[in-house]
Structure formats: structure tokens, C-alpha cells
Write a protein that binds this ligand. Structure first.
Ligand code: S3P
Length: 166
């Protein structure tokens, strides 16, 4: 199935997968998630790749996954929260319709702060989130064509806002 290509970026927990699936449904196209592609190709979880091989290796795998997805998949694509950290990945996105799903620090703490699957954030979530957002915000805004704030919105409302913004 073909359809308009939209690439979603933004911090973990912002709802890229949920919103991406909704957008694909509304646009009559398919959804793909590069995190899931990497897990499938490697046969191990992302946390394991980080621990076993380090973040630089993961970013390389991620760049390859983004390149492959852009070549093979015309529909809606969600990238991992840190994909924009890699200059090569940002270059791949230069001509794409990239949408930055944003949330403020309080929303991020509310959504992920108590999530045991993200132990790093459980120590001092507010401080961790503030640092992460400060380090990445400009990379998201530089890469994206539009920014859609998700604070206080349901995934359906966010999907509507994305379609309105494009
Ligand atoms: C990461 C976000 C994750 C995943 C990896 C690293 C990050 O993706 O790619 O754990 O650096 O922010 P989600 O944004 O889908 O959680």
C-alpha cells in the first residue's frame, strides 16, 4: 500500500507509535517503526544492544534502519527518540516531511516518570528530562517541518493536529 510519507520524531513516551498508527489508518497507508525494525533484524531488545555494543553502534544500526525504511516504505514512519542525535540520520531526513511531536518536561514526567521499564528516568526524572530536552530540542526543531505539541491531548487529538498542520 502506498500513501503520503510522514516521519515522526520526538522524545520517548511522546506517543510516536500510537499516533503513527492512527495517522496511517486515517491516511489509508501503513505504519513502520524503526525501533521495531532494529529489534527484528538483530533478534534482541534495544536495551541489550545498548549494553552489549554501546550507543554508537546502536545509532549506526538506527541510521541503517532509517535508510532502509525510507527506501522501502512510503507510509508513516516513527523513529526512536534519539535518532536525531546522529548527523547521518538527520541528513537522510533532509527532504522528508518530518513532524516533531513535542511535550514539556512536566508532561514527560507524568507519562514516563514511574515507568519501571525506563530505570534511568526513575532516579530523578524531572532533572533527567530537563537535561534530555535541553540537549535534543534544537535537533528536533531543526529536523522537523512542523512541531505539534502533545501536552494534554489524546492520541486522536494529536493525529488531528498533525493532519491540520501539514
Ligand atoms: C531512545 C529512544 C528509544 C529507543 C532507544 C533510545 C533515546 O525509542 O530508540 O531506547 O535515545 O531517546 P522511543 O522514542 O521509541 O522510546
Amino acid at each position: 500500500m502506498t500513501g503520503p510519507r510522514i516521519v515522526l520524531v520526538g522524545p520517548m513516551g511522546v506517543g510516536k507509535t500510537t499516533v503513527g498508527e492512527l495517522l496511517a489508518e486515517r491516511l489509508g497507508t501503513t505504519f513502520r517503526d524503526t525501533d521495531a525494525d532494529i529489534v527484528a533484524a538483530e533478534g534482541r531488545e534495544i536495551a541489550e544492544i545498548f549494553v552489549d555494543d554501546g550507543e554508537p553502534h546502536f545509532r549506526e544500526l538506527e541510521r541503517q534502519a532509517v535508510r532502509a525504511a525510507l527506501a522501502e516504505h512510503p507510509g508513516v514512519l516513527a523513529l526512536g527518540g534519539g535518532a536525531v542525535l546522529d548527523a547521518g540520520t538527520r541528513e537522510l531526513l533532509a527532504e522528508q516531511t518530518v513532524v516533531y511531536l513535542s511535550m514539556d518536561v512536566e508532561e514527560a514526567v507524568k507519562r514516563t516518570g514511574l515507568n519501571a521499564a525506563r530505570p534511568l528516568l526513575a532516579v530523578n526524572p524531572r532533572k533527567q528530562w530537563r537535561e534530555l530536552m535541553e540537549a535534543r530540542r534544537h535537533l528536533y526543531t531543526d529536523t522537523a517541518r512542523v512541531v505539534v505539541a502533545t501536552d494534554g491531548r489524546t492520541p486522536e487529538e494529536v493525529a488531528d493536529a498533525v493532519l491540520d498542520a501539514l
